[in-house]
Write a protein that binds this ligand. Structure first.
Ligand SMILES: *Cc1c(COP(=O)(O)O)cnc(C)c1O
Length: 466
């Protein structure tokens, strides 16, 4: 499989190239040159397979030419062996036609583990073949950092450094990062806020000499490998609910648009998903767009579902590219105008076409707590403040008579404060994290100063050289 940039000016790459590059040199996002197709018979043949096996078969056309199938299969097995539920991504019925697809049984209790656990192995494999070593640096306000650390810990040819704002992440989130004991992981607590951490990371990437010296890399959500690794769970859930012989809908708590884009990719591959419900909190740029073609940037307001607190959804560019008929010049122009004016001009016919597939939905913090309580009461199901927005969206917007897959993106124990407020009970951590509060923490402290942080990253990189 070859990959092209949504902006048309970056070199075509194979899967390994896309994995390591992330973003295109033209600022665009990589997309497969054509979507692989699974015929109805090919889909039926996937029914009943263990998750890792199904994932390898769904992903094989994307990695073809870069990775041998047997290697891919072995990596999928290793990536999902550490999940705490035998089904990896179990489906739980909440109502006649509403099913929670639980994506939170990985090491950090959020859906990002599904993609990142595999991406860690893919990086190791591709780097070993090339004889290269990378240093991943990132900043986190909570969730992504721990998933990236768990994915990269003990992977050969990778060092990972994650900056977090000291004293400004939740205890669960900090401990999920700092209690990982691996000699290729460096946590830095920065004397500053999340924006300072992000600025430090950007400055490290902008320093061309440092970037090259350290062979810096990132594992952010615009990497197509992450999107690809999220497709299999939609395929498996749809099959379990009757596909390809029955249509289904999906409702997805959305931030950067990566997870719901993966569902749409499953449809491109032949899975009959007839409706995509985009669930948002008060940061509702996508809901406004779908309601009235108003994609205008406003400030980010904190909410009970912090992983969905976004100003702009970067993966939306991929959908735009598709609905513009894969016209890279038009996509590049639309994105340039968006950056310049803070408002995306999507032509009316394109907007109408997107609305034929996508519906928006928005839930305030008060409604979020009320819906958590209602679902607990009516279905004895405890949903976290992200997952509940997808469940509420499925209730409100689900097409009559069709099963709706509501992506449950985080474990309730990750957000105990909201759960206590909603239902008055403290959700226990699952067994593999039960002693999280007793574990030893490993981290270094740094001032909010680029030179100081660069020195720490460099020392860490050279720790084994004399
Ligand atoms: C990252 C995240 C989301 C948003 O997913 P996108 O792919 O960015 O749309 C939703 N819920 C949780 C718990 C997350 O961690």
């Amino acid at each position: 499989m070859r990959y092209i940039s949504t902006r048309g000016q970056a070199a075509e790459l194979d899967f390994a190239g896309v994995l390591l590059a992330g973003l295109g040199t033209d600022g665009g996002l990589y997309m497969p040159q054509a979507w692989p197709r699974l015929s109805p018979d090919a889909l039926r043949a996937l029914r009943g397979l263990p998750y890792a096996e199904l994932a390898a078969r769904v992903l094989a056309p994307f990695t073809a030419g870069s990775i041998e199938f047997a290697d891919l299969q072995a990596m999928c097995r290793r990536a999902y062996a550490g999940f705490s539920h035998k089904a990896v991504v179990p489906l739980v019925q909440l109502d006649t036609n509403i099913f929670a697809l639980e994506l939170f049984h990985g090491p950090t209790l959020a859906f990002k583990d599904l993609a990142l656990q595999l991406v860690g192995h893919l990086f190791e494999h591709v780097l070993a073949a090339r004889g290269e070593r990378v240093r991943i640096v990132g900043a986190t306000s909570g969730d992504t950092g721990s998933a990236a650390i768990e994915a990269c810990a003990n992977r050969r040819n990778i060092d990972i450094t994650i900056l977090h704002p000291e004293g400004k992440t939740s205890t669960v989130q900090r401990r999920q990062m700092t209690t990982v004991r691996a000699d290729n992981v460096l946590n830095i607590a920065v004397d500053g806020n999340f924006d300072d951490c992000q600025d430090l990371v950007k400055a490290m990437f902008a320093d061309a000499g440092f970037r090259q010296e350290m062979n810096l890399s990132a594992v952010n959500s615009i990497n197509f490998a992450r999107i690809a690794a999220q497709i299999p769970y939609y395929v498996q859930a749809a099959l379990a609910l009757g596909a390809p012989d029955r249509e289904v809908a999906v409702a997805v708590p959305t931030g950067n648009f990566g997870n719901i884009l993966a569902a749409w990719a499953a449809r491109q591959m032949g899975v009959p998903i007839s409706r995509f419900i985009v669930a948002s909190n008060r940061n509702d740029i996508l809901a406004r767009f779908l309601a009235s073609n108003d994609m205008s940037v406003q400030g980010v307001a904190p909410s009970l579902s912090p992983s969905m607190d976004i100003q702009v959804s970067s993966n939306f560019e991929r959908l735009l590219f598709e609905f513009l008929g894969r016209d890279a010049a038009a996509t590049a122009q639309t994105m340039a105008d968006f950056r310049a004016h803070g408002r995306m001009a999507v032509p009316e016919p394109v907007w109408h076409a997107i609305r034929r597939d996508f519906t928006g939905f928005r839930l305030s913090d008060e409604e979020t707590l009320a819906e958590i309580a209602r679902t607990h009461r009516e279905s004895q199901y405890l949903a976290d403040p992200h997952s509940i927005i997808g469940i509420a969206a499925a209730r409100e917007q689900g097409p009559i008579g069709l099963p709706v897959i509501a992506a449950a993106t985080a474990h309730p124990a990750k957000f105990p404060d909201a759960i206590v407020r909603a239902v008055g009970v403290h959700p226990p951590l699952p067994p593999h994290l039960a002693d999280l509060y007793e574990r030893e923490e490993y981290f270094s402290r740094a001032p909010n100063d680029l030179a100081a942080v660069q020195t720490m990253v460099r020392r860490f990189a050279n720790r084994n050289t004399v």
